[in-house]
Design a protein around this ligand. Structure first.
Ligand code: ADP
Length: 363
């Protein structure tokens, strides 16, 4: 059977373990050998004990756990050809020519580059005597399939990234907790949530918690928003509402692209309305804890599909990402999605918000 390497890379997200488990199990079921590559690309570059054969038992009891049990890392060396050469050597040693990469757009970009360079890397290893003629022949093609693990739901090409639903639950739980104390003391709470380029968590979190206002990167407020915001808050108070909740995505900006921070919003409310206003930055709580049922199932479905996609891959098929379209599992071209995701980020950084939203929409 073929050998498959599975690894998690970049920022961790809840549900990654479900994907790892499904890759191990679907791979084993189809008669493949599956290897864990620990600590992301770093483990691939370092080799040795970082690349170990997975077993049915070792993939048990991990679905319930947040983060990634096989470790993740950011790896400078993999950005250099020399690092990728070492990574290729370590894979060839174990005869691994199929990879499932679970990560964000950076990790997927690196994987695609690696695949494009593969033949050249192997030629160089052969020339330097680091692999044999036989190994060069047996490992001539590298297949890769990507899965998108990200709490931000910031990837073009899937309706939900693995981990976004759990992060949303963490936000909703936190806002619910804060709402009770805010109500007791008639306070206003400004909560910063994650989302540098993508306001999904803030927007959907606001809808799910009856928040009064939300700031997201894609939709900067009109100039003069300070007065509009305060009028709305005061109006709500006058109708008997005892608390206010405002959500701010970490990447929120105004029309000129200047950041709008939770502290700035607090200052506006305290200066104009004199409300007792507090700031809470949720931070890494959003990455933590048990994955929701949704993320467990999503991760499992995508992991199983990734193995099937590898089995179907030929040297000429472009690398794909397994993703969710509505409630369907689909395969979409990896590079197209990565390029569109990066184009969205570029449009946002140029304050071209309408273009960013257009690019992110389904084509
Ligand atoms: P994410 O996958 O969450 O977007 P990063 O952008 O930090 O996270 O990428 C994770 C890792 O993927 C990096 O540390 C690096 O090892 C690898 N990587 C990212 N971009 C590239 C690239 N253009 N070329 C090679 N490797 C890359």
């Amino acid at each position: 059977g073929r050998a498959i390497g599975v690894f998690t890379s970049g920022g961790d997200s809840q549900g990654m373990n479900s994907s790892v488990r499904a890759v191990v199990r679907m791979g084993s079921y189809l008669g493949c050998k599956v290897f864990y590559i620990k600590e992301g690309y770093q483990g691939m570059v370092d080799g040795g004990d970082n690349i170990v054969e997975a077993t049915w038992a070792s993939s048990s009891g991990i679905m319930q756990r947040g983060g990634t049990v096989i470790g993740s890392a950011r790896c400078k060396e993999f950005r250099e050809r020399e690092g990728r050469l070492r990574a290729a050597e370590n894979l060839v040693i174990k005869n691994i020519t199929n990879l499932v990469v679970i990560g964000g757009d950076g990790s997927l970009t690196g994987a695609n580059l690696f695949r494009q360079e593969w033949a050249g890397l192997l030629d160089e290893l052969l020339e330097k005597g680091r692999i044999s003629q036989q190994q060069r022949k047996e490992c001539s093609h590298l297949n890769i399939v990507g899965l998108v693990g990200s709490i931000d739901n910031d990837f073009c090409g899937t309706d939900m990234t693995i981990g976004a639903d759990t992060a949303l639950h963490r936000i909703v739980e936190a806002v619910d907790c804060i709402a009770t104390t805010a109500s007791s003391h008639q306070r206003c709470f400004v909560m910063e949530v994650m989302g540098r380029h993508c306001g999904y968590l803030a927007l959907v979190g606001a809808l799910a918690t009856e928040a009064d206002w939300v700031f997201i990167p894609e939709w900067p407020p009109e100039d003069g928003w300070e007065d509009t915001l305060c009028r709305k808050l005061a109006n709500e108070r006058s109708m008997g509402q005892r608390l206010n909740i405002i959500l701010v995505a970490e990447g929120a900006v105004d029309r000129k692209g200047n950041p709008i921070t939770a502290d700035m919003v607090k200052k506006v409310v305290t200066d104009k309305l004199k409300y007792d206003t507090r700031v809470t930055v949720l931070g890494h709580v959003q990455r933590g804890g048990k994955p929701t049922a949704f993320d467990r199932i999503l991760g499992s479905r995508m992991g199983a599909e990734a193995v099937l996609a590898l089995m179907d891959a030929t040297p000429n098929t472009p690398a794909c990402v397994c993703s969710l379209d509505g409630n369907q599992t689909v395969r979409v071209p990896l590079m197209e999605c990565v390029e569109r995701t990066q184009a969205v980020q570029k449009a946002m950084s140029e304050n071209n918000f309408e273009e960013a939203v257009r690019l992110r929409g389904k084509s």
